[in-house]
Design a protein around this ligand. Structure first.
Ligand SMILES: Nc1ncnc2c1ncn2[C@@H]1O[C@H](COP(=O)(O)OP(=O)(O)OP(=O)(O)O)[C@@H](O)[C@H]1O
Length: 231
């Protein structure tokens, strides 16, 4: 369980409050107007932004003092964060050991993850020679090898075409189900949110609201979301 306990985040004049929990294994979309603080919320969980008040707890333990690498999280950003000079297998291996000193078992785990995302024959390729969809798969394989209970994604598949995006959302859903990880995904696209998530956090007007069923939020959006959705 991830809990925001009276959290206040401040970035110069911008403030965001959050006070709710996310259940283990939940698939949650983070939606709301541009500039409302969706990335800020993700960055606070990841440890890139420090709240000025309140606590972020994982399984009732305050993770505020933990460095990003020591938190129970794996991350995918829009640019996939793949290093161009490393092979696909090495990029995935970074998820296990940033120094890439992998044991045989760890190398086998990298191969397993790449096979799981349909990239078994691309271990030695460089990211620059991959399509956008293949790069997303490699980033997902890196998340898989980390085996963290919480996966955070910030606009992960925005650069992909509609069919490929659906494919990746479905693959992400399968992976989340298999691993039991909870997933928080920032998305600008309500269709993506509806396809992938069971619940959604609305970030608007200085608040990240507790998750509610995603269909409920999209079918009956509050004013702040209605304007954003273009209703
Ligand atoms: N490093 C920073 N210093 C000061 N203000 C910042 C910083 N980073 C973000 N902000 C401000 O915090 C607010 C929330 O930004 P954030 O990127 O979280 O919004 P968002 O909902 O993810 O937006 P978008 O949908 O456009 O990506 C914005 O007003 C932004 O200008």
């Amino acid at each position: 369980m991830l809990t925001f306990e009276c959290v206040l985040i401040r970035q110069e004049a911008f403030e965001l409050v959050a006070d709710f929990s996310i259940t283990p294994g939940a698939r949650v979309a983070v939606i709301g107007p541009s500039g409302a603080g969706k990335s800020t919320l993700i960055n606070a969980i990841a440890g890139f932004v420090e709240p000025v008040a309140g606590r972020i707890l994982w399984k009732d333990r305050d993770i505020g003092a933990n460095r990003p690498g020591d938190r129970p999280i794996a991350l995918i950003f829009q640019d996939n964060n793949l290093f161009p000079h490393l092979s696909v297998a090495q990029n995935v291996g970074l998820g296990i050991d940033p120094g890439l000193k992998l044991s045989q078992a760890q190398r086998a785990r990298v191969s397993w993850a790449l096979e799981r995302v349909g990239m078994a024959d691309m271990e030695d390729r460089k990211p620059g020679s991959l399509s956008g969809g293949q790069q997303s798969r490699a980033a997902l394989a890196r998340v898989l090898v980390q085996d963290k209970p919480l996966i955070l994604l910030d606009e992960p598949f925005a650069a992909l075409g509609p069919a490929l995006k659906v494919e990746m959302l479905d693959l992400l859903t399968e992976v989340a189900d298999e691993t039991g990880a909870a997933v928080l995904m920032v998305s600008h696209d309500p269709t993506d949110a509806a396809r992938f998530a069971q619940s959604a956090i609305l970030v608007a007007e200085g608040r990240a609201e507790a998750p509610v069923p995603v269909q409920e939020l999209l079918e009956n959006p509050p004013d702040a979301l209605r304007a954003y959705l273009g209703d």
